[in-house]
Design a protein around this ligand. Structure first.
Ligand code: SAH
Length: 290
């Protein structure tokens, strides 16, 4: 066992996402306390309290490693995810990678070997940050070089104990730490963000809404785009006529079979036009539209 694995073992979690000091913080040694809502006073540590456990008794635990911990929970502190966070269905700890930085300036990056623009995040610094939270949860590096995130992977992650997310900045991350830590590289789409934080928020949002007790009507998850191979049919609500546009007649007919058939056709046609890749998968699978 190498020193990092030992580190990881020593910092065992108590199953609630808190380290043994019970504060759920990065290793800044400041001993900050929670306010009873699972929030650290500095706004960085979000832990479960005595409420709302998952059926197996444990909260879903997310650790984020970032040089911008104040970006968390950000939008995940609102709405369904925010309520679930406050009630302890899941918990979130953002650890500042700079706590593991080197020298007086807590440096986390250096120039790339081989030359080129920008800076690269150092493997030794990142490894120490990872060691401070590592356990049986999957370690995910957010990167445009990663495997595109799918609803299938989101559902798997949501069904597990939680995630550890490493957010890149600058030109990216030294490849050796990704390999040494056997991290999973995930992309949230074919475009370049300025950092992994927004990608981490997107992944967490998608996973948390699938946790038991987070969404009001669980059935609404089943019909969504990507749960089936097809994109979702269009939605309409009142008023029945708006700006000279009437709602499609079938939807106001009260004929449930006709409505289901209309929605199926809409979903198929939209997918065929907009996402031929998904449509071909759908045809090849021989599946029926839901
Ligand atoms: N030079 C890199 C881009 C770096 S962007 C390249 O061309 O591949 C800086 C950081 O933002 C990355 O390290 C990654 O953590 C994050 N990032 C950018 N785009 C992303 C995407 N589509 N999905 C996930 N993370 C992304």
């Amino acid at each position: 066992m190498n020193g990092h694995q030992e580190d990881a073992r020593l910092r065992e979690h108590d199953g609630l996402g808190r380290e043994h000091d019970g504060l759920g913080h990065g290793p800044d040694g400041l001993g900050r306390e929670h306010d009873g809502l699972g929030r650290g006073r500095d706004g960085l540590g979000y832990g479960p309290d005595e409420l709302g456990r998952r059926p197996d008794g444990a909260a879903w635990r997310a650790d984020v490693l970032t040089i911008f911990p104040s970006m968390f929970p950000g939008p995940l502190g609102e709405s369904l995810a925010g309520k679930a966070l406050a009630s302890g269905i899941w918990n979130l700890t953002a650890t500042d990678i700079r706590d593991f930085g080197l020298g007086r300036h807590r440096s986390v990056d250096d120039t790339p070997f081989g030359g080129g623009a920008g800076m690269v995040m150092r493997p030794d610094v990142l490894d120490a940050a990872i060691a401070s939270v590592a356990d049986e949860r999957p370690l995910i590096v957010l990167t445009p070089r990663g495997v595109p995130l799918t609803q299938k992977r989101v559902a798997e992650l949501s069904a597990g104990p939680g995630v550890i997310l490493l957010c890149g900045r600058f030109e990216g991350i030294d490849q050796r730490v990704i390999e040494a830590r056997n991290a999973e590289e995930i992309s949230i789409g074919d475009y370049i963000l300025s950092g992994g934080e927004i990608a981490a928020l997107a992944l967490l949002d998608a996973a948390v809404r699938l946790l038991p007790g987070v969404m009001g009507a669980m059935e609404s998850a089943d019909e969504e785009s990507f749960s089936s191979p097809l994109l979702e049919y269009p939605h309409y609500t009142r008023p029945a006529v708006w700006a000279d546009r009437a709602v499609p007649e079938t939807l106001t007919s009260g004929n449930h079979q006709a409505i289901a058939a209309w929605r199926r056709d809409q979903a198929k046609n939209l997918t065929k036009i907009r996402r031929p890749d998904l449509y071909n998968q759908f045809v090849a699978s021989g599946a029926q539209a839901p």
